[in-house]
Ligand binder design. Structure first.
Ligand code: ZN
Length: 282
């Protein structure tokens, strides 16, 4: 028996998508979020929608092979390389095309490889077809964070998250490490700029919470080092322990803990990052 088609590094997600496809629960609007090869995951989901085999996506039937090679006539990757955001005309064309029956496939699938390129106006153009488009049309939105999409789109979509890459888990969020470096430097202006940058990056509360947790882990390792209690071999923790005294490390870990809890409440990210800049200032 041939190996089952999967997504390298995202096997659990592939298994979940396969189960949903098998049960006919893949839905009309799907958000694939997180960091990693979102387009590959979207192609996997599209193949599951078009597959003619018994265990979609089989990866070997003509439909699967065409989707995976990006030559299936009913699976469209929506791009607009001439503009910064995908132009309204392009999206209107998608909207009209969605009502036309598929050429050869079971469904018409539209993949948006990067929702950072879909501005709110463009998303509103798609909203109508998401609300009452034909059942054969499906939309796959790839977004590092689902927060890039309007709440009206999100509420009509099923979100599937990629597992974070293994190396990111080992090393911690790069933004968290950047925050720790700035804490070593102790310049209020740098910390304020970092927090403003977080807000501008449209980070959602969940990602902010992860970032702060990773930073707090490094602070706790630094605190353990400065108490002579080991603390691992992270050079960044050693730098923190060398730059800040125990009282300050402990206070910072407390501050981050407070903000991690607040990320669990319905508080605006802009409010959180603004307050964080104030709370972290030396
Ligand atoms: Zn197939």
């Amino acid at each position: 028996m041939a190996d089952e088609l999967t997504i390298p590094g995202q096997e659990p997600l592939a298994a979940q998508l396969r189960a949903a496809a098998g049960a006919g629960r893949l839905g009309q609007a799907v958000i694939l979020s997180g960091r990693g090869d979102l387009l590959r995951c979207a192609r996997f989901a599209a193949a599951a929608m078009e597959c003619q085999g018994e265990t979609p996506p089989c990866g070997v039937c003509p439909a699967c092979r065409k989707v995976l090679r990006d030559i299936h006539p009913d699976v469209v990757t929506v791009r607009d390389p001439d503009h910064k955001s995908i132009a309204i005309e392009v999206l209107r064309a998608v909207r009209s095309d969605a009502y036309i029956l598929p050429n050869e496939g079971k469904r018409k699938v539209y993949i948006f490889p990067d929702c950072a390129l879909l501005d709110p106006k463009g998303q509103n153009v798609l909203l109508k077809v998401l609300e009452d488009g034909p059942p054969h049309a499906a939309f796959l939105f790839c977004a590092e964070s689902a927060a890039l999409l309007l709440p009206t789109i999100r509420s009509r979509s099923v979100e599937w998250r990629l597992a974070p890459p293994a190396e990111a888990l080992a090393a911690g969020d790069p933004e968290a490490r950047r925050l720790c470096e700035l804490l070593c430097g102790g310049r209020a202006a740098d910390l304020a700029a970092f927090c403003a940058g977080l807000e501008n990056s449209k980070i959602d509360r969940e990602a902010l919470s992860r970032l702060l947790s990773d930073a707090r882990d490094v602070l706790c390792a630094a605190l353990a080092l400065s108490c002579g209690a080991g603390g691992g071999d992270d050079p960044l923790a050693a730098r923190l322990a060398g730059s800040l005294d125990r009282r300050r490390l402990s206070a910072l870990a407390d501050v981050l803990g407070g903000f991690i809890r607040q990320c669990g409440y319905n508080v605006g990210v802009g409010h959180l990052t603004g307050a964080l800049a104030v709370a972290l200032a030396p």
